[in-house]
Design a protein around this ligand. Structure first.
Ligand code: EPS
Length: 405
């Protein structure tokens, strides 16, 4: 799955020198300063109760290499690097050159005990490698720092059009948060105030206790989160072909995040057990709701998407993250790739729970897909041109809203 108008790519290993983010298709004239627009998002991704010691070492910042001049994008490819501070401790193990013959083998930090749930085993089999580090360094969720850097640029672009993307955590392990009747106006201000990014204080305390218990037991926890985009106009995506349907594009992007095993749009699986009369969102006339074409829905169980097209209601994507596969105790059976002997899976420094961080990565992926869909519909080589096209569409919708369209 690739984006259509806004291409992005990442490179880099978890303990390599740094993570590279490359974006193409950002229109010219978008105000962009990494300290203001990108670094705060990187900091949000680093936070969350349950992260490991690595996050105390890192202090992620984006360094721009190209694509911006005097505070505005040029329309040229945007290149950013997030340097890994921990690299200093890994220069031997992650060196580009072959090791000296007398190098201490321990310093190379090879790993031969694949962790169930990780890319370790399938990766070495597929790529013809012996040392699982050749796989795990890239499979690591550290890569999401570069995704969040790209997502921050997408958010900045969407923000210019009044589209905002936020998230919150719905559950961690078996602890489920109560969802408020109405989401806060500034969703991220509310969820970021919680160490687990939940909107229910009692549940947040129970979630943190569950994380503490898992940590003591040397275990890990997964959970679920919800990404919400507001201000999205009706008409992004298309019903006409499978790969233009926006729900599929969003689900694919969110499912591509490390450890994500399930994605729902709106009420998702819940809707499957409910009669249609209680699932679908009734249509009412509301001329003031310009972005919805002069209509309002009684509910938003569809998660802002019908037929693969946005409705103008908030876009809602939910995801389930499995528990992290690196276990400190009760390590699962595995096999030593050198000898074929039964052994316990490898362990190394890791997180206990990264669901709050995954929600921030979810925002980035949703923002990138929405920005892509915006550029697909409205085009424009510059922000001025994009906005002119966008405003023209809103003018058309507003005319329809009067009933004379
Ligand atoms: C990290 C995500 C996790 C962390 C990693 C930093 O990666 P993984 O998917 O490999 O478990 O554990 O830190 C380390 C690998 C480490 O050395 O502690 C991130 O999101 O930045």
């Amino acid at each position: 799955m690739t984006l259509r108008r806004l291409d992005f790519r990442t490179a880099g290993e978890s303990h390599g020198k740094g993570l590279v983010a490359l974006m193409e298709g950002v229109p010219a004239g978008l105000p962009l300063e990494t300290a203001r627009d990108v670094d705060p998002e990187l900091t949000r991704r680093q936070a969350g109760y349950g992260r490991g010691r690595r996050m105390k070492i890192e202090s992620d910042r984006a360094e721009l290499l190209s694509g911006v001049r005097l505070g505005e994008t040029l329309g040229s490819p945007l290149a950013m690097v997030v340097w890994n501070r921990d690299w200093e401790n890994w220069t031997t193990a992650m060196a580009h050159l072959p090791p000296e013959p007398d190098e201490n083998p321990k310093a190379l930090r090879r790993m031969y005990l694949p962790r169930p749930g990780h890319a370790d085993l399938v990766g070495v089999l597929k790529y013809g490698r012996e040392d699982t580090r050749d796989i795990l360094e890239r499979a690591s969720a550290r890569e999401t720092a570069a995704r969040v850097a790209c997502g921050a640029v997408a958010k900045r672009l969407l923000g210019e059009l009044g589209i905002r993307v936020g998230s919150f955590v719905r559950s961690i392990g078996a602890v489920e948060a109560d969802e408020p009747e109405e989401l806060p106006e500034d969703l991220n201000a509310a969820s970021d105030a919680s160490p687990v990014r939940a909107l229910d204080e009692d549940a947040a305390s129970a979630m943190m206790e569950a994380i503490d218990r898992a940590k003591e037991a040397g275990d890990t926890l997964g959970g679920t989160f919800q990404v919400v985009a507001t201000g999205v106009p009706v008409g992004l995506g298309a019903h006409v072909s499978w790969d233009r349907k926006l729900d599929g594009r969003l689900a694919g992007a969110v499912a591509s995040i490390q450890a994500i095993k399930g994605v729902e749009v709106g009420a998702g699986f819940q809707g499957a057990a409910t009669p249609g009369s209680e699932v679908h969102d009734a249509i009412y006339r509301d001329p003031d709701r310009i972005r919805s074409g002069g209509f309002r829905r009684g509910t938003n169980r569809a998660g802002g998407l019908e037929g693969g097209i946005t409705t103008g209601e908030p876009v809602v994507v939910r995801a389930a993250m499995k528990p992290i596969s690196t276990l400190m105790k009760n390590r699962l059976p595995s096999v030593d790739l050198r000898t074929g002997e039964a052994r316990e899976a490898a362990t190394e420094r890791s997180d206990v729970c990264a669901v709050p961080a995954a929600a921030v990565v979810g925002e980035a992926m949703v923002a990138l897909v929405l920005a892509d869909a915006v550029l697909e519909k409205f085009g424009g080589d510059s922000l001025v041109e994009l906005r002119r096209n966008f405003d023209g569409y809103l003018a058309y919708l507003s005319q329809r809203g009067t009933g004379d369209g």
